[in-house]
Design a protein around this ligand. Structure first.
Ligand code: TPP
Ligand code: MG
Length: 701
């Protein structure tokens, strides 16, 4: 049997009532874990991960921060924090059983994935480490909004973000620290070091074994390391940290040493990798046992007062358990609710002003009309912020009058910083996850980030943020949080010299993500109208701008006016025809039209649909056309296999089989990468001759 660890000296400053309140929150947290474990054994809940051993520092955090005022990006062990902020035992057990009434997710997420709109606890996810950049973006959000005179900001908010020590190995932790320190943001990074990441001890995880040691040299950062099992020491350190951040002196790294007495989760057994002695030592340091003893023996609090709390906590958890066990599950028919915004739906007529264009001026290129759209939308909505790599005119404000300005490597954002200021148009570090992760946090605050990823080929470092945060926020939080960010990025080949890392497509990787909209305009006018819809709608949008189309003269258009919008999922029928339907988008629109015009000379009349958006895509237009022509050819730039044409072809085969007079066919790139040599690039990407051959072949059936 282990004995409790030696009692520490008494910290001044807390009243007995506060001490009992600390004990109550800690105990309630532990007892909810115990009940959840019991329910898991009875198969009434389906997963369990505890906050055991972490209660003291979290209780201190909740006492020193302000629910509904400050902002919280939690991780799964933050139960005591959430209780301290006002989440109830009953609400917690609703999530455990997956009840519809679960305020975090309505039964969509695992237990301990905290989220509560009333208390500013932002919906949390499972990937370790994504929360750091979201937290940084959130802090930037309220700082910027205050400067812009937007929203209900207070001027002294602080952001809490936490994780275990193992999670600090993720690169995004470093990216977040870099930006928080650079911009002196009021973010408290609470690293709860229980010595293990599942089975891996900290000295095998972090160089030198201490995360706080590594960060001692970061500018503006207050670093505090302390015993997170001691609620009174924790309270003192948390007070210091919160004051520092509230006074806008910069971010804080709070490194709290805690224990993990219940293994990693119920799927883990720590006896497999920890010695008996180590486990006994951990038990001796248990914050609840130690503090209970301290209250009576050192603070002279009457044992009956402590017992009264123990009885009260018992009653609370029993009542919460009973409520959870009879709570209604989510209705299966709600499964598709809130994949997308119900209020600002870009597929509706509210976003269709296509017939009301008010053209002025000379024809302008796609680059010009995207810039025009950004300009007029920024004038209309001061919450729009534009950032990314090299998007600003000049990073050093003092030089703006002396230089022409960069404004993006393709000049798409040129002049926007000059016009709208460096608070709204600015350069990010060279880090794509940084861009999207911060945008998510800003959007949660209420800003409208329209960010740029310089090349589609470099979007992958941001993939976790796009897939797991951006696209999922609304659905996983059951519509309590949203982050309708627009990601503009350049893509595609036909450039000569772009090669493998500047010419790729790959849109189907993103259309595979529910919650994300994907646009691929083929001309300047569509780019303008679709981008405006993307900015005004309530969904996150991946806006793919084809580099080859940026400055073509054939696709130019005069400016269609500041309210010109094209809805998503509305194809443009470019040509009527009776022999077959050609479905395409992006750079293949022009190539297809060239091929179709040649086919017409051979007497083959092809109907051409430019889809314009592929998530969603205009199934009605496809069906109507294929029912008429009986033949379908899908033409796209992405590699043939697993591309968007594969999905469209499958659906045509499935739903329009009775109308087909030939196999559904595809023309696309080879299943390889875009090569550097022009001859190689030519062979790999679909050309006019390939489209024509596809038309002739299908027509021959
Ligand atoms: C990106 C990612 N990789 C792996 C996992 C699986 N996983 C969940 S928790 C965890 C260990 C986390 O350890 P630490 O950060 O120390 O937190 P602790 O659980 O110890 O509090 C791992 C590997 C995950 N959820 N996300
Ligand atoms: Mg750990």
């Amino acid at each position: 049997m282990s004995s409790v660890k030696s009692i520490k000296p008494v910290t001044e400053g807390l009243t007995d009532a506060e001490r009992l309140s600390i004990f109550r929150t800690m105990l309630l947290s532990r007892r909810i874990d115990d009940v959840e474990i019991q329910l898991k054994r009875q198969n009434a809940v389906f997963f369990q991960i505890s906050g055991a051993g972490h209660e003291a520092t979290q209780t201190a955090a909740a006492m020193t921060m302000r629910a509904g005022h400050d902002w919280f990006f939690t991780y799964y062990r933050d139960r005591a924090l959430c209780l301290g902020l006002g989440v109830t035992a009953e609400e917690m057990l609703y999530q455990s059983v997956g009840a519809a009434a679960d305020p975090a997710s309505g039964g969509r997420q695992m237990p301990s994935h905290w989220g509560h709109k009333d208390h500013n606890i932002v919906s949390s996810s499972s990937p370790t480490g994504t929360q750091f950049l979201n937290a940084v973006g959130c802090a930037e959000g309220f700082v910027k909004m205050r400067e812009l005179g937007m929203g209900d900001t207070h001027g002294d908010e602080v952001v809490y973000v936490s994780s275990g020590e193992g999670t600090t190995s993720q690169g995004e932790f470093y990216e977040a620290m870099n930006t928080a320190c650079q911009d002196k943001l009021p973010v408290i990074f609470h690293i709860q070091d229980n010595g293990y990441a599942i089975s891996v001890p900290v000295e095998f995880q972090t160089a030198g074994g201490s995360i706080s040691k590594l960060f001692r040299g970061y500018p503006n950062l207050l670093v505090i390391e302390f015993d997170g099992c001691d609620p009174e020491e924790s309270h003192e350190k948390w007070t210091q940290a919160v004051n520092y951040a509230r006074e806008r002196k910069g971010p804080v790294l709070l490194h709290s040493h805690v224990t993990r007495p219940y293994s990693h989760s119920m799927s883990d057994d720590e006896r497999l990798y920890r010695t008996k002695e180590e486990i006994a030592e951990q038990a001796a340091a248990d914050p609840i046992t130690v503090y209970r003893k301290l209250l009576v023996q050192e603070h002279g609090i009457d044992d009956t007062a402590v017992k009264a709390i123990e009885d009260e906590v018992e009653k609370i958890v029993v009542a919460a358990k009973e409520a959870a066990l009879v709570a209604e599950p989510p209705a299966p028919e709600t499964a598709m609710d809130y994949v997308y915004s119900h209020d600002l739906d870009p597929t509706t007529d509210d976003f269709d002003t296509e017939d009301e264009a008010d053209f002025t001026g000379d024809p302008r290129t796609m680059v010009d009309l995207i810039n025009d759209c950004l300009d007029s939308e920024m004038a209309r909505n001061k919450g729009i912020v534009v950032f990314g790599e090299d998007v600003a005119d000049v990073s050093r404000d003092e030089n703006i009058e002396n230089v022409k300005g960069k404004g993006g490597v393709f000049k798409v954002t040129s002049g926007l910083q000059r016009k709208y200021g460096s608070n709204r148009v600015f350069n990010s570090p060279l880090a794509e996850a940084n861009i999207i992760g911060r945008a998510v946090g800003m959007a949660v605050q209420g800003l409208k980030p329209v960010v740029e990823i310089q090349f589609f080929d470099y979007i992958y470092p941001a993939m976790m943020q796009i897939r797991s945060e951006l696209a999922l926020m609304r659905w996983r939080s059951n519509n309590n949080f949203e982050c309708p960010v627009v990601i503009r990025t350049t893509y595609g080949g036909y450039l000569k010299g772009g090669a493998v890392y500047h010419s790729q497509t790959g849109e189907s990787i993103f259309t595979h993500i529910p919650g994300l909209r994907v646009c691929l305009p083929s001309n300047a006018l569509d780019a303008n109208g679709l981008l405006r819809t993307a900015i005004r709608c309530g969904d996150p949008v991946l806006f793919l701008e084809h580099k080859h189309l940026y400055r073509q003269t054939y696709n130019r258009s005069p400016n269609p006016g500041n309210d010109f919008m094209i809805p998503f999922g509305k194809a443009n029928r470019l040509r009527e025809g009776k022999h077959l339907t050609l479905i395409t988008y992006g750079a293949l629109v022009k190539r297809s039209m060239d091929a179709v015009n040649q086919a017409a000379k051979m007497g083959i009349e092809v109907e051409v649909l430019d889809l314009r958006t592929i998530s969603p895509y205009d199934w009605e237009a496809i069906a109507e056309s294929v029912e008429k022509t009986g033949k379908a050819l899908v033409v796209y730039e992405d590699s043939l296999s697993w591309g968007s044409g594969s999905e469209i072809a499958a659906r045509i085969g499935d739903e329009l089989f009775d109308y087909l007079d030939g196999p559904v066919q595809r023309v696309a790139s080879m299943d390889t990468f875009v090569g550097y040599h022009p001859g190689l690039e030519d062979a790999i990407l679909p050309q006019v001759r390939d489209v024509l051959a596809g038309i002739e072949k299908l027509h021959s059936y």
